[in-house]
Design a protein around this ligand. Structure first.
Ligand SMILES: Nc1ncnc2c1ncn2[C@@H]1O[C@H](COP(=O)(O)OP(=O)(O)OP(=O)(O)O)[C@@H](O)[C@H]1O
Ligand code: NI
Length: 349
């Protein structure tokens, strides 16, 4: 199978100052409001943050999966393999979707057509992008079902979606997404609807297939346990902005932003809170000035309430945070000691 590999080391995916807004009757929803991050080849990046922080809209913005109107990328750029995709038209985007970029969503039901067998749907995904005979496509579909861990794949290939359990259905969806050998797999809460055992089986599976296929993964989740299990790097979102990003070890052991710390304190065995962060996320129609987290931040000062979200500062190599306390003229020591070393973050590497 041919695969274009860029000779340079540019990231596979570059999100650059992306703003995705929705025009609604009540006003402009600033779902994603100026975020930047990259995904390298073969790497797994997790987007985390509470509900409504803009994770799904970010992942949908890559190939503009949202309806437009009301959704629109009003500023910024998305580059895939060195090329801007923000300027592409719908038909060009369609050939990328389910081609070089595969998607898996929370609910496998929505991704499968009840009147076609698993095999027919995988074959269709293969046919869309590869010129193979129908016998070859069917063989490949069986092989994929086998690789995603469906027992007796050669018979199951002819089963309809309703004949699979929830966990098996999600495996079929993953097989469909992998059918085109994507360079990037975008998975939005792929295991949230499944029970814990199936969840970890599917995460293991993604990791194995990633190594095998040299694929990059952008995983959206609000589950920090999942992040610890699978991420190389983490992007922490809040109110349409990036609060912090860095390697999973660094973020879990020495979080820099008060929001990241508050999120981590909700994890069992960390901090004393173990309960949701008090207060509510910002209103995307009318976000607060200054740092978007300031109304809930125990360290917020008058300066944090003013102006714009502070620019991201690189605090350690590859670890950036958008918090005023790290800007020159401020003292990050006032935030206290945040080290979780030895706390058993459970991060993979
Ligand atoms: N089609 C739409 N029209 C209007 N607002 C929208 C639309 N889609 C998303 N939004 C808004 O954009 C914001 C970000 O939503 P998004 O779904 O990206 O959050 P999320 O971080 O994925 O949350 P969750 O963890 O609940 O999935 C929310 O305030 C949401 O209500
Ligand atoms: Ni979401």
């Amino acid at each position: 199978m041919s695969r274009t590999i860029h000779s340079d080391d540019a990231p596979l995916l570059e999100i650059d100052n992306l703003h995705t807004h929705f025009e609604t009757e009540t006003g402009t929803v600033r779902a994603v409001d100026g975020i930047s991050f990259t995904v390298d080849r073969g790497e797994t990046v997790c987007l985390v943050g509470e509900s409504g922080s803009g994770k799904s809209v970010t992942s949908e913005s890559i190939t503009r999966l949202f309806h437009s109107p009301p959704g629109k990328i009003v500023e910024g750029d998305v580059r895939f393999d060195g090329e801007s995709v923000t300027a592409l038209d719908e038909s060009e985007l369609q050939s990328i979707r389910g081609g070089r970029i595969g998607y898996v969503f929370q609910n496998p039901q929505g991704a499968l057509n009840p009147v076609y067998t698993a095999g027919q749907q995988i074959v269709e995904a293969i046919d869309l992008h590869h010129d193979v005979s129908s016998a070859e496509a069917r063989d490949r579909a069986i092989d994929l079902l086998d690789r995603v861990g469906i027992p007796e794949a050669a018979t199951r290939v002819d089963d309809y979606p309703h004949e699979f359990s929830g966990g098996m259905k999600q495996r079929v969806v993953i097989a469909m997404a992998l059918a085109c050998e994507p360079d990037l797999l975008v998975a939005d809460e792929p295991t949230t609807a499944l029970d814990v055992t199936i969840q970890s089986q599917i995460l293991d599976l993604l990791r194995e297939l990633q190594d095998e296929m040299e694929m990059s993964i952008l995983l959206v989740t609000h589950d920090l346990g999942v992040v610890a299990e699978i991420a190389d790097r983490v992007v922490v979102m809040y109110g349409g902005k990036v609060m912090e990003r860095g390697g999973v070890y660094d973020v879990f052991e020495t979080p820099k932003h008060p929001y990241t710390r508050a999120l981590l304190d909700c994890l069992p065995g960390r901090g004393d809170a173990m309960e949701p962060i008090s207060g509510s996320p910002p209103d995307p129609l009318d976000p607060p000035s200054g740092c978007r987290f300031h109304p809930r931040c125990p360290h917020a000062t008058a300066d944090c309430r003013q102006g714009e979200q502070p620019p991201e500062v690189e605090i350690e190599r590859g670890l950036e945070a958008s918090c005023l306390f790290y800007q020159s003229g401020y003292d990050a020591d006032e935030l206290g000691d945040w080290s979780y070393e030895g706390a058993g973050g459970g991060a993979r590497r």
